[in-house]
Design a protein around this ligand. Structure first.
Ligand code: ZN
Length: 291
């Protein structure tokens, strides 16, 4: 009788123990982090758009296409955020399903240049973040049922942390008068955040960083800032800060810092995870309102 090599024999005896991690590809860093939190050592996650990268305008490379071709789970935001995704999927030959993390949230619609458009930035409310986490958890369980128990456990722990942070933010904002809860940022990335926590955001750019502000829009925004006595403005880590800086200076507002609305920092930065980014953004916003 011929003996099987040891590794093969062990694999046959216990395939689950030696299973390779599940290949997960996420469109941008926020989703990649959620998949890592829930997937732990059972997954290997690649984010297409990297740290500090803009998820609206992204040019995938051949390497991204190869990563997608090998993926077992692909997580996207949906709601029109990743305009570049369809072409990449076609180019890569990926045939699996796309997990739409935002599935089931209440869509926020806005008027932009006379058209009604869906706001894609749903993750910036932690109540929606919990919906995302559940969708991702289910996708991992389905793709890798052998580790379903681990995904469920890590998912439950993660949801608990989200819930605690959400309650903290709600309580913090309750201590700030409504008239002070007004903020200027680069683009409209905080619509869901604003609804959840009672904050009004103004921005020269619309829902996508790819939009452009007209001279007229800039003029009326400067007027609005003066009228509402907005004292601080915020830049965004993934977007050119020049326009918002120029507008803010014309209105007399001073810089409040940099926010992380749709791209995490590197691990060493202040917003290396979704929850760290949320906490960081909220602390920056609260500090400016308390001045
Ligand atoms: Zn955006």
């Amino acid at each position: 009788m011929k003996l099987l090599p040891l590794a093969t024999a062990l694999c046959l005896a216990s395939p689950l123990t030696f299973a390779a991690p599940l290949h997960v590809v996420a469109s941008f860093t926020v989703l990649a982090d959620m998949a890592k939190q829930i997937g732990g050592a059972d997954v290997e996650v690649k984010s297409l758009v990297g740290p500090n990268g803009d998820p609206h305008s992204f040019e995938p490379t051949a390497q991204d296409s190869r990563a997608l071709a090998k993926a077992q789970v692909v997580v996207i935001n949906g709601l029109g955020l990743e305009g570049w995704m369809d072409r990449l999927v076609t180019a890569s030959g990926y045939r699996g399903q796309l997990t739409v993390a935002s599935q089931g949230i209440n869509q926020n619609r806005m008027q932009e240049e006379g058209k009604t458009v869906v706001d894609p930035h749903a993750w910036n409310s932690l109540a929606n973040g919990a919906v995302y986490a559940r969708n991702i958890m289910q996708a991992l369980e389905k793709a890798d049922p052998a580790h379903a128990r681990q995904y469920a456990q890590r998912g439950a722990d993660y949801l608990e942390k989200m819930h605690a942070l959400d309650s903290w933010a709600v309580k913090q904002y309750q201590t700030i008068p409504q008239t002070k809860r007004i903020v200027l940022t680069s683009h409209d990335a905080f619509g869901y955040y604003g609804k959840r926590y009672g904050v009004t955001f103004s921005a020269p750019l619309g829902l996508s960083t790819e939009s452009e502000a007209s001279a007229q829009q800039v003029g009326s925004l400067i007027k609005e800032l003066k009228q509402r006595h907005i004292k601080h403005y915020f830049t965004e880590n993934q977007t050119d800060p020049r326009l918002v800086t120029q507008i803010a200076q014309a209105s007399g507002a001073t810089p409040g810092g940099e926010l992380y609305p749709e791209a995490l920092s590197t691990q060493q930065g202040p917003a290396g995870s979704y929850l760290a980014a949320f906490r960081y953004n909220t602390q920056k916003l609260l500090a400016s309102m308390r001045e």
